[in-house]
Design a protein around this ligand. Sequence first.
Ligand SMILES: NC(=O)c1ccc[n+]([C@@H]2O[C@H](COP(=O)([O-])OP(=O)(O)OC[C@H]3O[C@@H](n4cnc5c(N)ncnc54)[C@H](OP(=O)(O)O)[C@@H]3O)[C@@H](O)[C@H]2O)c1
Length: 285
Amino acid sequence: MSRNAYNTFAVAGASGSIGQAIARELLARGTNVTALSRTTLKDTVEGLEVRTVDYSDKTSLVEALRGVDVLVSTLSGGGYATQPALADAAKEAGVKLFAPSEFGMVTENTTYGLLGAKAQLHKYLESIGLPYVRLYTGMWSDVIFTPFFGYDLANRRVKLAGDGSASQSYTSEFDAAYYFAYILTHLPAERLAWSSFRLEGDRLTNLEAVRALEDFVGANFEIEWEDTEALKKKCEDEGLLNTIPENLRILWAEGYGTVGKNDNDLVPGWKPLTVAEALREYYTV
Ligand SMILES: NC(=O)c1ccc[n+]([C@@H]2O[C@H](COP(=O)([O-])OP(=O)(O)OC[C@H]3O[C@@H](n4cnc5c(N)ncnc54)[C@H](OP(=O)(O)O)[C@@H]3O)[C@@H](O)[C@H]2O)c1
């Protein structure tokens, strides 16, 4: 295995949550990292070069990406739709590898909701011949247990669709960023290209996750059971970008939550946090 197949990275959306974590980990490995941002970023990670771009202006993107080996997209929300244009610019600038904004459930060969929207980009990258590398992490154990996603720790309430028996993979953002930076700088180019990597710090059913929350808080939770069909209708009526938590709860209920056979052992000594450990590390009661 060769070290440092790649040394020059760009992170689109490095002002965001996982983007900042990945940029930090790549810099810690001594690589060159450029942040692409729509704004002039202030207070960024030390050593990060910032290039302000307009995602609708191909020339600005190509200029920003010249000399970059690997482009990691961590765009969210309306940013998903800009990724084909970003990929075109990357191809023209000579970028060798594109990591689409995945960082969640397995999306390949899916058509429904958020996963289907992400999967469309794979076909596009294949059509323009720009190799992708996809990182599937399950849910962020340090982010997901919040009211926005249906986990209200303060009021001991949880929203769940299905019957609670489906399993989810969970990984903390820091662990995922560490893993990704490691493989991007250690695996040979041919192992990274057109590949998916699956990692998880823990795997629990939805009900086991509720039990973990109860253990952490020291109190029982009330579960509000949601009807999957009613949630699907809400997503259709209100649009995907306005119903991401509902969309996730449908996908969790329908068994899309695990990463499958994981590739955890590719990173020597990698000991990601379990859900119980992440709760203790990142949440307060
Ligand atoms: N596994 C999980 O539990 C989990 C949870 C949340 C998110 N995710 C995934 O992680 C990825 C990144 O999400 P995140 O929460 O880290 O993102 P985030 O914190 O919202 O940051 C994403 C960045 O993308 C840029 N951006 C946002 N909207 C944009 C637009 N309309 N056009 C262009 N750029 C835009 C912004 O950067 P600038 O303002 O600097 O341009 C923003 O800081 C997504 O694929 C998301 O699905 C996974």
